[in-house]
Design a protein around this ligand. Sequence first.
Ligand code: NAD
Length: 516
Amino acid sequence: MASEETFMRAPAPTPKRTIYTEAMEIFHFAADLIGLDKRVRLELEEPDYEHIFYVTAKLKDRLVPLLPEEAKSFADLSVTQVRNTEGLERLANGNIILNGRALLGSDVAIRHGHLRLPDGLVYQLVPGESQRFKAYRVQHNQARGPYKGGLRYHREVSLDLFKALAAEMTWKTAIAEVPFGGGKGGIQLDPREYGREEIEAITLRFMYRLKSLIGPNIDIPAPDVGTNPEIMALLYRQFSDGERERHNLRGIVTGKDVRIGGSEGRGKATGQGVAFCIEDYYADRGESVKGKTFVLQGFGNVGSHAAIILGNMGARLLAVNDADGSIFNGDGIDVNALAAYVSDPKNLKRSVIGFPGAQRIEKKDLWDVQADILVPAALGGEITADVAERLKVKLIAEGANGPTTPEADRVLQKRGIELIPDIIANAGGVTVSYYEWIQNKRMERWSEAEVDQRLERAMKRNYRIIRDISRNQPRKTEMHDSRPYCIGKAVDSRCAAMILALKRIEAHYLLEGFSQ
Ligand code: NAD
């Protein structure tokens, strides 16, 4: 029998490897390198707060199409002529939401809850029921200012993922030198499976629950995957509803429509920031973006804007993929035409697939396309070690958050593929979110040119500091000063970015001290 002593000496179990521990590997590496203050390290290792809560909403009646096999037993069912076709809302998954009194006044032929529409398909009428959704808000750190970070509506979310993304925001706001900390959150749902009014109901209820945890000087959400300016407007309305000084609360969310206090240039800001970094990368080598080729993963907010801006700088997009597949054109894809194709209301999936100006290729073949630059702008963890072995590009500019796994990082280094890491490359979004927040506070309105100019300076200044840290080249120029951050030896660019973030955050703790 084991004595108490041997029991006490038993080795501690190795901590489980999760998305969060994986994302924090670089934090620990950089913290060791710079000898980060022990207490600061403990403060940053785990989030300040992890909120998990539930949101309920009543769904609408919907029509769900039967498979051809199932529809056979309804072969003689006559077609229902819908009078109020505007009440039918078609979703990307083929379901149809019945809004208002969609079927009122129609000649409805219904059998066992099934009906046939003029498109020939047989649908089952599924009555709307209440549903519960899991929601999250992780508030990672506020040493430098209010928590700041996006809201994601996606099927594959978890506490662990939001912890990783919230920590990334803490690093990113420090790198961008905006007076914010880090947060992230969202709801576990696939927004493409719900109607407009359902998303509205879920969003309003979400803010109803979130309201006591956030505020324009406490925690400021923004759009992320699956959310957009319309959702930000709903969140603002719900937060400020009935408040006497509603106008003072506009800064509760950023990424709003410009007509209700959003900033000019915010929609494209993340893609714009990616492009500024790429431009500066080449300028540093005495080259230009003009004539370069690129491959893109994800054609949503970040990907589409980055593509358009890089296109305007003279680069050529050779291949792009999204959740539904990949397309390729060796002569270059007309990016503006592709953006118009994807945003066409008839393109329910908002997909690049079917675009006439390119040919479809196998989804995974995107990684084999030879080009100068790869811009991942979809989800995290996409560039695995296997993918990194296959890539035929020279530079990766991370538009997405956490697209490259630590193993893949090692492969990229071995293969000499250069990297502009996410926490600088996609920091344009939060930088212009800060401009929006300031404009809201001051009741000002800046022009797009002013926003772009400030963004360009901020992105390039901080990217240059990171490059100097990476090369161990401390210097002061008219634009930037890297002397306080270089550590006496060269490091890779991801580590350099983390060093900049940690040194800036540490200064707050060391100079302001810890509240007891
Ligand atoms: P979005 O929802 O507008 O677009 C996401 C795109 O990724 C879509 O084209 C979608 O089809 C594609 N996609 C999803 N799953 C995919 C898969 N498995 N394979 C290939 N493509 C897939 O989201 P977004 O706002 O453009 O965000 C994209 C990334 O950029 C995310 O990682 C996000 O966290 C990050 N980011 C966004 C912002 C911002 O301001 N929106 C700022 C910083 C970082």
